[in-house]
Every structure is written in C-alpha cells, then in structure tokens.
Design a protein around this ligand. Structure first.
Ligand code: ARG
Length: 299
C-alpha cells in the first residue's frame, strides 16, 4: 500500500493486511547534566523556570536508566548540553523507522520552539555516526514535526499513529508518511496540557493502548477505538498531574511509568502489563516523563 494520511474513520485501511513491525530493542537516553527549565513552551513549565533540583533529577534519571536495562534493552547515553536544557527529552528530535528492507532510518524533526532547534543536529549526528540514514522531510518550510513525541509505530503492524495541533503540523504528515513507508493515522489533539501525542496515548501493541479521551477530537477517538480492540482510559487528573499516560511499554510485557499513578497502574495491569514505577517529578515540571526521556530504537 502507498503511504497515505488517514484523517477520518472511513479511510482506515484493513488492519489485518498490514505487514508487521517490531517492538524496540534498544534505547537512547541523554544524560541529565544539561537539564534545566529556562523558558516556558508548554503549560506544565509555567512557574517552574529555575525550579529544577538537579541532584534529584539525576537520581530519577538513573532509576529510569536502570529500569530500561532491567527490561533487557541495550542502553546508549548521549552527553547532556547546557545550551539545550530540553535535550534530555530525546523522544522529540527524530522518528526511527525500520525500513521494509531491514535498513535503518531516522526522520529528523523540525522543532516547534526556536530554543530547541539546535537539539536536532546533535541527535542526528549520533544516528549518522552509527550508519543510520538521517532523512529530512522535503518542503513545508517552517512547519514543525516533533519525532516520537507526536508519532509512533504500532508494534505488530506497519502503521504510524501521529498527533497534530500543537507541535506537529498536519500538512507535512504525508511527506513524513512517505519517508516512514507506512500509512499514517492523523489524530487531532485539542488540549494544550496534552501538547504531544505521547502525553495522551501509549500504544502497547496491535491490540492494546492507553489513552486520555479528553485530549482528542471525536474523529480521533473513533479511529483509536477502531485501531485498538483493547483501548483503556487514563483518568484526566493523573494524566495531567503525573503525566501518567507518558509511561512506556518497551516490550508489550512491562509498563514503566511515573510513580504514584494508581488508577493508571490499575488500567495497565488490567491490560496484562507488569507495572514498574519510577519517580520523574523533576522532569514533570518541564512537561515530560518516562516516554519523553528516551528514544526507543527498533534495531
Ligand atoms: N519541555 C519540553 C518541551 O516542552 C518537554 C518535552 C517532553 N517530551 C515529550 N515527548 N512529550 O518541549
């Protein structure tokens, strides 16, 4: 099938006919040495400029690193950079794509905020040094695309699920879909507290996902229900206060998530997942948690 952007439930492809797609096998993290809050580009950052406890942030990040290693992932760590206080949120600078021929590609992001634009060449250089094809979306000058913050493959199905409205512009999703070589379901985000798809949708596999219904428009909710037979709700309060929908299941068995999100944990367990709680409170002040702090690699 030719890559295509799906914006309405009537356009969904026949899911059973899609080829497979693997879970992540490795993970890239960025050392939190440069992490800080120096500007406000999402509602969670308001009132938090200068409020990071750096020792606590390092402890929390080390817990996350260990949880990734315990899940059996190969862990790589890129140094931090004080010039880029959000570089630690390494979900955002690109979208890894395992191509149908087995080769590796990363679609480079174009960050919405000027303060974050210099992060992309840093992460792209790391991929390129490992032989990965770093692809740039052609055209659409000035329009943003924020990597796995807003776009994710579905393990088990070669289809991309993308969010738009705050950080990613829907106009360039067709060009991104062509580079991803996958049909792309475009979901409109409607609440600025859920400014990235990864704050309000966690795809586990072709059957299961967790989501925050209030973060999506009606067409998006209908498409999610059609895509995932077992779609569970994350309650709004936990999803806002603890970014509990920003957890991550690297393997379809475990779910690594901000500590203390009891209702979200229960929903994840009901989906058959083993919950691993890690504290990410210093990063929540910047609008990020587990999922944002890592880049999953399907190779
Ligand atoms: N302060 C960062 C920003 O607003 C947080 C990014 C969180 N990342 C994510 N994938 N949701 O850009």
């Amino acid at each position: 099938m030719d890559p295509i952007v799906i914006t309405h439930p009537s356009q969904l492809p026949s899911l059973g006919e899609l080829p497979g797609y693997p879970h992540d096998r490795a993970v890239l993290l960025v050392d939190p040495s440069g992490f800080d809050i120096k500007y406000v580009i999402n509602p969670h950052m308001e009132g938090n400029v200068g409020a990071v406890d750096h020792a606590a942030a390092r402890d929390q990040w080390l817990r996350l690193r260990d949880a990734c290693a315990d899940a059996g992932l190969e862990v790589s760590v890129l140094p931090g950079d004080a010039a880029f206080p959000d570089l630690v949120f390494v979900a955002n600078q690109g979208l890894p794509v395992l191509r149908p021929d087995g080769s590796r590609r990363v679609i480079a992001s174009r960050m919405h905020a000027t303060q974050r634009r210099g992060e992309v060449p840093i992460v792209s250089a790391w991929h390129a040094a490992r032989g990965v094809d770093v692809a740039h979306i052609p055209g659409f000058e000035g329009l943003p695309f924020e990597g796995t913050g807003d776009a994710t493959f579905v393990p088990g199905r070669r289809i991309l699920v993308a969010g738009y409205g705050f950080r990613t512009d829907p106009a360039l999703l067709g060009a991104a879909a062509a580079l991803a070589e996958a049909p792309t379901v475009a979901l409109r985000l409607v609440d600025p507290r859920f400014y990235h798809l990864d704050t309000c949708l966690q795809v586990i596999d072709a059957e299961r996902a967790l989501y925050v219904p209030e973060a999506f428009d009606e067409d998006a909710r209908v498409m999610l229900a059609a895509l995932f037979p077992r779609l569970s709700e994350v309650p709004l309060a936990e999803a806002v206060d603890l970014l509990s929908c920003n957890g991550w299941s690297p393997d379809g068995r475990t779910f690594i998530v901000q500590a203390g999100a009891h209702a979200t944990n229960a929903a994840a367990r009901a989906l058959g997942l083993t919950v691993i709680e890690v504290p990410t409170g210093e990063f929540l002040k910047s609008g990020g948690s587990v999922y944002c702090l890592k880049l999953g690699l399907p190779w």
